[in-house]
Design a protein around this ligand. Structure first.
Ligand SMILES: NC(=O)c1ccc[n+]([C@@H]2O[C@H](COP(=O)([O-])OP(=O)(O)OC[C@H]3O[C@@H](n4cnc5c(N)ncnc54)[C@H](O)[C@@H]3O)[C@@H](O)[C@H]2O)c1
Length: 317
């Protein structure tokens, strides 16, 4: 991990997919506290291996609860990951995103009270909605998210920028593309693997399969946020993804091949506009030159990230 040493770091949602990968890298040289309500299907499975270390502490609590942060002292850095990451749940239940906005409020209150001057926020490419010009740059508005999840990310970004200005907080707001890899508990790859294990002859694909997005491997994602956080000195919004995109059909082909299944019938659950669900962005490509100009380069491109993640998840499941 890049230059992050001897810091005390609070990771909200640290028991989840991206959080556990981040902690794996940071635990050697830093003191880590996690607050997580373990609502993720993995429970505390991904952080079990850290639990007997002196420099790791897991607080099982919902960040929306009153007093959730009371037992936590001042830290050097807060990484805010706790949220429901599943964009497709918003149409049925937009309240999830209102709760997550409240979660960001509680995190910001904690930063203010403890006079903490550095935070990282996991935002998302979905804040852009469906941009007309692609690849889309960080400053390309207007932002018109088409999901409650995207709206929650945008609302959180707004409050973080305000707190940053008011209280002198250096905030790295990272708009992730789709993150894939070890410890994933949701997303298209996992969906395909599970379905094909249940029925190796047929795969139901949500949408028309042409949805194309850029993917980033979780190892690149967690290294990038730490590398970039050390190289910014104020609030910055930075896209993290890859040039180019990978289509859903291509992902299905990779999974099918790696599972050595031969002929599989793809059944497209075609919606009227080809989306996988209400609020699904059909195509998004991020401009990643800001991260690159700060010296960051991913190890894996979008297609390679998918390949590596499929291998990792097939081993894990
Ligand atoms: N995975 C992606 O492709 C992706 C892309 C863009 C942004 N993000 C964001 O990155 C962050 C981490 O996502 P992830 O993919 O690791 O998801 P995840 O579900 O694996 O991790 C989120 C963790 O937060 C916890 N959590 C949720 N609500 C909580 C609450 N109210 N209080 C305490 N803990 C709570 C869950 O138990 C879980 O362990 C999320 O904010 C997500 O929106 C993820």
């Amino acid at each position: 991990m890049q230059n992050v040493r001897e810091k005390s770091i609070l990771v909200t949602g640290g028991a989840g997919f991206i959080g556990s990968n981040l902690i794996e890298n940071l635990i050697k040289e830093n003191e880590i506290t996690v607050i997580d309500d373990l609502s993720n299907s993995a429970g505390d499975r991904f952080v079990k291996e850290f639990e007997n270390r002196d420099n790791f502490k897991l607080i099982t609590n919902d960040i929306n609860r009153n007093g959730a942060f009371d037992s936590i002292g001042k830290v050097d850095l807060v990484v805010h990951f706790a949220a429901n990451p599943e964009v497709n749940k918003g149409y049925e239940n937009p309240d999830i995103s209102f709760n997550d906005i409240n979660g960001t409020k509680n995190v910001l209150k904690f930063l203010k009270e403890k006079e903490i001057k550095n935070m990282i926020f996991a935002s998302s490419s979905v804040v852009y909605g469906e941009p007309e010009i692609m690849p889309v740059k960080e400053n390309q508005g207007p932002y018109k998210p088409i999901s409650a999840y995207g709206a929650y990310k945008l609302a959180s970004e707004g409050m973080i920028t305000a707190y940053s200005h008011y209280y002198g907080i250096k905030a790295g707001i990272f708009r992730f593309a789709n993150v894939v890899g070890k410890n994933q508990t949701h997303g298209v790859i996992l969906d395909f693997i599970k379905k094909l294990k249940a029925n190796p002859k047929e795969l139901t694909i949500l949408g028309d399969g042409t949805q194309s997005k850029s993917y980033i491997h979780v190892s690149d994602c967690v290294s990038a946020i730490m590398y970039l956080n050390e190289r910014i000195d104020k609030m910055e919004i930075i896209n993290l993804g890859n040039r180019g995109t990978t289509s859903v059909i291509k992902i299905a082909d990779v999974v099918k091949e790696k599972m050595k299944l031969g002929e599989v019938n793809y059944k497209l659950s075609n919606s009227k506009d080809g989306r996988g669900w209400k609020g699904d962005v059909k195509k998004i490509e991020l401009d990643v030159s800001k991260a690159e100009n700060l010296g960051w380069k991913n190890r894996y491109n979008s297609d390679e990230a998918i390949e590596k993640a499929v291998d990792e998840l097939l081993k894990q499941i």
